[in-house]
Design a binder for this molecule. Structure first.
Ligand code: SF4
Length: 361
């Protein structure tokens, strides 16, 4: 039996299910693993799933919580970021889900108690016209419903004029895969944005009144200890410490089979033998960043189990003079931001101080 690799595989999945139902011995999968065929999307049937309140909820700055639903306005992505698992499947293609279908799905979740919709599109602005139609339709029917979406840094800059309208339609925050603050690493990942663009995106979102939830690949084969410190320093400069869950600061580059990183000259030399428990191809990482990554992971795990804040000695970072870093000062003009809270919360980010040399070497 083979596996379907997402994409638009529902008709193939249905065909397989029907074939198995009529003949249980027909176990050889003849349907293609990946299908990018255009299909008529159906409204998802969510009956039988646990109530929405059992999933992640949105913690609002005033202490209240919103029940969160999920919808997708599109699948796939027109970009080719080398490390992205979407690329080997969709190969630069994306498919929009018809607005009435998405709205029907949202309507049924509102009836189940959803107060906020998290759009799961790999990139909400791959089709800006479609995204705008969707946001406007959502807001027209449910003026009190808020939403969040994932939008790449490049799109935040190129489509900056759309941000105020997304805000008007209820967009509370945007998640964006910033990945790194080192232009050399961004180039390897083919992200189509620079370290400076990260700052631009932050400014544009703040101007529009939309909160920002950046995500990172904190450890790559090219990450140095100083580079890691630069990332922490940048988060402080941009007043983003509280916007970044600690888990983001210990994520390592994952290289699934078929990754376009493998097309990068010399990259295969960084691969060590496949180990199942790594869920991907393990990478060679310089010793000190590797120990730093391990310390960061264990700190986040401890915090997730409620055993203290994320400040393990192994990742106390040197920001230059070795002096303790004061708590993040938030500009008085900027209000607190909403955040998505999962069933096992990772808690607040507290880390930076002292020298890394003594702690990590
Ligand atoms: S990282 Fe985002 S923008 Fe890049 S290919 Fe993946 S989904 Fe698309």
């Amino acid at each position: 039996m083979g596996l379907f690799s997402a994409a638009n595989s529902e008709p193939r999945l249905l065909s397989l299910a029907e074939r198995l139902r009529s003949d249980r011995r027909a176990e050889v999968q003849s349907e293609p693993v990946i299908s990018l065929a255009r299909i008529e999307f159906l409204t998802p049937d969510r009956t039988g799933l646990p109530p929405l309140a059992r999933y992640a909820h949105l913690q609002m700055p005033d202490g209240s919580a919103k029940v969160v639903g999920f919808a997708e306005g599109s699948r796939g992505c027109k970009h080719w970021c080398r490390h992205c698992p979407v690329v080997p499947v969709y190969q630069g293609k994306f498919r929009v889900v018809q607005v009435p279908v998405v709205l029907a799905d949202i309507r049924s979740q509102v009836a189940m108690g959803a107060e906020h919709i998290s759009f799961g599109d790999p990139d909400f602005l791959n089709g800006p016209t479609h995204a705008l139609k969707l946001a406007r339709a959502l807001h027209a029917e449910f003026p009190d419903l808020s939403f969040d979406a994932t939008i790449k840094v490049q799109h935040l800059i190129e489509h900056a004029m759309l941000l105020p309208e997304l805000k008007r339609c209820g967009c509370l925050y945007v998640t964006s895969a910033v990945e790194a603050v080192d232009d050399r690493i961004l180039e390897y990942l083919d992200k189509n944005h620079s370290a400076e663009d990260f700052g631009r995106a932050v400014a544009l979102l703040r101007q529009a009144g939309i909160a920002f939830a950046p995500t990172f690949v904190a450890f790559t084969p090219w990450t140095t200890l100083d580079g890691y410190v630069d990332l922490l320093r940048r988060l402080i400069e941009l007043e983003l410490v509280e916007s970044v869950p600690p888990i983001q600061l210990c994520i390592r580059l994952l290289v699934p089979e078929g990754s376009y990183l493998l097309k990068l000259a010399g990259f295969r030399d960084l691969i060590r033998g496949f180990r199942c428990e790594d869920s991907g191809l393990p990478l060679a990482t310089p010793r000190r960043p590797r120990r730093c990554a391990a310390a960061a992971s264990s700190g986040v795990c401890r915090e997730s189990r409620g055993r203290g804040a994320f400040a393990p000695p192994g990742i106390r970072a040197n920001l230059g003079d070795g002096s303790p870093i004061p708590r993040q000062d938030r500009s008085a003009a900027r209000p607190p931001e909403p955040r998505l809270v999962h069933a096992a919360p990772f808690g607040a980010l507290v880390l930076l101080c002292r020298t890394h040399d003594a702690a990590v070497a």
